[in-house]
Design a protein around this ligand. Structure first.
Ligand code: NDP
Ligand code: 8X3
Length: 250
């Protein structure tokens, strides 16, 4: 596929697997994250398959986001596909015990970071009257679970923003959609539980989704014909029925 994609959160999990999947199909890549050494090693692995440019920035810093996107070299500048994937949960606490720092992190990264990156890239898409934006939401954006309060709020916001983008960008022929996974075994729980051993138990006793499962779905979404836009997609592991119902065999 003769296209360029920018993927945020490409150093791990779903974003990294999507970079690998896109590279297999010859999509030129701009991979983003804070951990430069990981970006470098992914670039090295993928370069036999496609052209790769790395961008290191924290999506919370709007100036850095803007400067990073402005620094993209000419041969990568036309971004056909934006995958707004960077994000995480921080903590799992009842609202009365929640940490304000955790709340800030989730709203700043999952919601405001997504907006900063989109703001920097949408103008070139409206100018060309083409483009495809996929926001990685979550089942937590469709359903609130106990102690999920602010994370669920951030992902509900992602879905509302996705719908708003689709409406506002409709006159420009830009596709906008969300991919919403359930439980995917990535570094997500390590980050959520700040390295606590409880993270190792989250995906035990059932076959969780793997990052590659979601990456294949994202490629399917971007490879539909021009007149087809997959607007919203919810994906669970077979063992999961909703946020609180997971069939485990321990
Ligand atoms: P990972 O923790 O494996 O990956 C998160 C990615 O986001 C990393 O590449 C990380 O890169 C990047 N990131 C985090 N914070 C920042 C920041 N401040 N600035 C720039 N990049 C940042 O998690 P997943 O792959 O699971 O998560 C990807 C997305 O999928 C998230 O939006 C998450 O909410 C969503 N999701 C995950 C599910 C799951 O069960 N795993 C289910 C549903 C949705 P770096 O640290 O290098 O900056
Ligand atoms: C991640 C899925 O259920 O761990 O968005 O919140 S969950």
């Amino acid at each position: 596929m003769n296209k360029t994609a920018l993927i945020t959160g490409a150093t791990s999990g779903i974003g990294k697997a999507t970079a690998y999947e896109f590279a297999k199909h010859g999509i030129q890549l701009i991979i983003c994250g804070r951990r430069q050494e990981r970006l470098d090693s992914i670039k090295k692995k993928l370069e036999p398959l496609t052209k790769v440019h790395t961008l290191q920035f924290d999506v919370r810093n709007k100036t850095d986001v803007k400067n990073a996107i402005n620094s993209i070299p000419d041969n990568f500048k036309t971004i056909d596909i934006l995958i707004n994937n960077a994000g995480n949960a921080h903590g799992l606490d009842p609202i009365q015990d929640g940490s304000i720092d955790d709340w800030d992190a989730m709203m700043d990264i999952n919601v405001k970071g997504l907006l900063y990156v989109s703001k920097a890239i949408i103008p070139q898409m409206t100018e060309r009257q083409s483009g495809h934006i996929i926001n990685i939401g979550s089942s937590a954006g469709k359903e609130v679970y106990p102690k999920g309060n602010v994370y669920c709020g951030s992902k509900h916001a992602v879905l509302a923003i996705t719908e708003g983008m689709r409406i506002d960008l409709n006159p420009y022929g830009i596709k906008v959609g969300a991919v919403n996974p359930g439980l995917v075994e990535t570094e997500f729980s390590k980050v959520r539980f700040k390295g606590d051993a409880i993270a190792d138990t989250v995906y035990k006793g059932f076959d969780a989704l793997q990052a590659e499962d979601i990456a294949e779905i994202i490629y399917f979404v971007v490879s539909r014909p021009t007149h087809v836009n997959i607007a919203d997609l919810l994906v669970f592991p077979t063992a999961q029925a909703n946020s609180t119902t997971v069939k485990k065999e321990l």
